[in-house]
Design a protein around this ligand. Structure first.
Ligand code: GGG
Length: 353
């Protein structure tokens, strides 16, 4: 029996509903693959902030460091500015554990309506640089809170940071063995330093992969082409901000952000990687039992793959695809009336069957 220690951070809003759904699936699948999960729950997030003035304790990273993986729900609360919730929990974890590749697959499953109505045609992965770029939090205020206030926000691009995420994207294109194409996204016509460095690094790494086709797009053209020809994308590699934005586009093209999983990977495996749905805390529907649990369940499937339980991960994805294709249990974001628990049970039934 393989045992894995999993840090569980449900966080805020619908995170409190989708993480228990993913845990139900893990509980069902573990025995089938001779694996068990030692879960350690952490009550960090907005409620913790209201009591302690911070999103997680000072030694949070030390508590997480020995774990095999982290399963996260969502962060964000209407009563707290979003930059506090994000910079107080999500971003420090990504940076401290060098989770430099944020992998966000977008697959159009059978049975899911897409605004572009091209069933089966979309199967792409956005690889988002996850530790630097526009999210580096370098800058400051001058004349803070005065009428002449000035804010400076600097993006940080390092050759090491670009090289490693671009190389990860090429390796992923080889491993997927689908279209064998990597598309790089920048705005290097306007951002003449960091993104020019990105273009140069991309070309240099690409020369090591003559078997993989390449494409470079400015982010505005990429936004257009995600809509116009989504089927042409295989692996897309982009900076922290552009990857975040484009993966919301790819999520909605494949039916719903409620179906979009993600993995924050430290591919070197020095530190625990973190798995979370792309969606946020969705306070508008939190507590009603109608949030789509599938993004969180698919994220748990990605965690299983990362832990070396590849077949278990694939069986989670097959079960989700089966539930979607059948179309009997769908949450409201997909046009249905099912509850979170019903969709989760349908996935578990398929795993068991
Ligand atoms: N599922 C995690 C979550 O709450 N994401 C919301 C969010 O604002 N994410 C920003 C980011 O991924 O950078």
């Amino acid at each position: 029996m393989q045992r894995f220690s999993i840090a569980v951070i449900p966080g805020d809003g619908v995170g409190q509903e989708v993480v228990p759904a993913a845990l139900r699936v893990l509980e069902a699948i573990g025995p089938r693959y001779d694996a068990s999960f030692d879960l350690k729950a952490f009550d960090w997030g907005a409620d913790y902030y209201f009591h302690h003035g911070r999103m997680m304790p000072a030694d949070a990273l030390e508590q997480l460091r020995p774990m095999d993986a982290i399963l996260l729900g969502a962060v964000g609360d209407p009563q707290i500015p979003d930059h506090i919730t994000l910079n107080g929990l999500l971003l420090p974890i990504r940076r401290a554990f060098d989770q430099f590749a944020n992998v966000r697959p977008a697959i159009l499953y059978d049975g899911v309506p897409s605004p572009l109505a091209r069933p089966g045609a979309i199967d792409m992965v956005v690889v988002r640089e996850n530790t630097e770029g526009e999210y580096a939090q370098v800058g400051g205020f001058v004349y803070h809170h005065q009428p002449e206030e000035v804010a400076i926000q600097t993006a940080v691009f390092t050759r090491r940071g670009i090289d490693r995420v671009v190389r990860f994207a090429f390796e992923l294109a080889r491993k997927r063995n689908k279209q064998r194409r990597v598309t790089s996204i920048t705005k290097s016509n306007a951002q003449g330093f960091g993104m020019v460095l990105w273009d140069r690094a991309f070309q240099a790494v690409a020369s090591e992969y003559p078997d993989i086709e390449t494409e470079s797009l400015l982010v505005d053209a990429a936004a257009m082409n995600f809509i116009r020809r989504p089927e042409s994308f295989d692996v897309v590699v982009a900076s922290n901000l552009f990857g975040d934005i484009l993966s919301d586009v790819s999520a909605i093209l494949t039916g719903s952000i409620g179906l979009a999983p993600s993995a924050n990977l430290d591919p070197t495996r020095r530190f625990p990687s973190m798995f979370e749905p792309v969606h946020g805390s969705a306070p508008g529907i939190a507590g009603r039992g109608i949030v789509n649990p599938l993004a969180s369940i698919l994220s748990a499937g990605m965690m299983l793959e990362h832990l070396g339980l590849e077949e278990a991960g694939r069986s989670v994805e097959r079960a989700v695809a089966g539930v979607l294709a059948e179309g009997k249990f769908k949450t409201p974001d997909l046009g249905g009336t099912s509850h979170t628990n019903e969709v989760t049970s349908a996935v578990i039934d398929r795993i068991a069957g």
